[in-house]
Ligand binder design. Structure first.
Ligand code: NDP
Length: 294
């Protein structure tokens, strides 16, 4: 069996098109232009690339992008005072502080300072709590993207056995909460899980968010299962270059799975697309408008 490859790039492009259509409608009907502020502290090369892509795609969908670059040496107080300004700025509907932050800044404190209504990363404890209790919330982008990808294969996840490997606050836990909301039967595995291969084999839909290159092997996958690989790992490649691999051993998994996301080109592109979704949703709430059709 060779798996159907889930085209994350295509689904992300479709999602961005839906966002663009909603943004155009908001402008035409309500004279509203959603705005996203992205804050980068320091010059981490990977973060610079992410921030650049976020800015480009925000503008491409017709929204306003506000970029705030702070030096590596910026103090926590400086960042917090910027957050206070962005919270108060009516042109800003979403605030994203690019992680990781330098060691002198407490990321949890910064996240908690963001207005929960502008918390388009969905990391604020209030949004995490709302998600956990089934209330409307801004939900983390990568897990939201994972669910959209899984639902591109299965119209409904109700009653399916979903296994999430990883329990981080940014991927595993919110993903589990979203899957419970989809009425899947959810198992969350982690580094202390006994017999992880057997747990993975139970999955109709397997989500890998471990951060360990190609850890999940082909024979851990039930024949015909759907595999969503969140992992982004840099490993040595040919000629001294690096290549990016997921948390799943793709070459083995593609022979067992029914459908699988590639790395790159799977979950990765969905993360930014979902950030744009969250921004347009936040803008609608801020203006007292009904939820957008995305
Ligand atoms: P974390 O390091 O925060 O969490 C990793 C999780 O995996 C932990 O819960 C850990 O368990 C578990 N784990 C680690 N080793 C094992 C093991 N041997 N067996 C079982 N479970 C294990 O990572 P993140 O959640 O932040 O990210 C996970 C992956 O997703 C990374 O590759 C990251 O690069 C990628 N990622 C991709 C994004 C995208 O846009 N595509 C966005 C965010 C992340 P424990 O809690 O017990 O330590």
């Amino acid at each position: 069996m060779t798996a159907e490859v889930i085209d994350g790039k295509l689904i992300a492009a479709e999602t961005r098109n839906k966002v663009a259509a909603e943004v155009a409608r908001l402008l035409k009907v309500h004279n509203v232009v959603p705005g996203l502020a992205v804050v980068l502290v320091g010059s981490n090369p990977a973060s610079q690339v992410y921030v650049g892509s976020k800015k480009k795609m925000t503008v491409e969908t017709g929204m306003r992008s506000f970029e705030h670059l702070l030096p590596e040496t910026a103090s926590e107080a400086e960042l917090l005072s910027l957050i206070v300004k962005l919270n108060a700025d009516p042109a800003v509907n979403g605030i994203l502080v690019q992680l990781p932050l330098p060691p002198q800044i407490d990321a949890a404190k910064v996240i908690s300072a963001i207005d929960p209504g502008k918390d388009v990363d969905g990391f604020h404890p209030l949004n995490a709590g709302r998600l956990a209790t089934g209330l409307p919330a801004l939900v983390p982008c990568t897990p939201l993207g994972c669910v959209i990808l899984a639902k591109s294969v299965h119209k409904s996840l109700a009653g399916m056995d979903a296994v999430v490997v990883g329990r981080s606050n940014i991927v595993g836990k919110p993903l589990a909460a979203l899957l419970i909301a989809e009425s899947a039967t959810v198992t969350v595995a982690h580094s202390k899980t006994n017999d992880l291969p057997a747990v993975c084999r139970r999955a109709d839909v397997l989500f890998a968010a471990v951060g360990r290159p190609e850890m999940i092997r082909g024979d851990w996958i039930r024949l015909g299962a759907t595999v969503i690989d969140v992992g982004i790992n840099r490993v040595p490649g040919e000629g001294g270059k690096h290549r990016i691999v997921g948390d799943v051993h793709y070459a083995e998994a593609v022979e067992r799975a029914g459908a699988i996301t590639p790395v790159p080109g799977g979950v990765g592109p969905m993360t930014i697309a979902c950030l744009l979704v969250n921004t347009v949703r936040a803008a609608c709430v801020a203006h007292g408008l009904p939820a957008p059709a995305v």
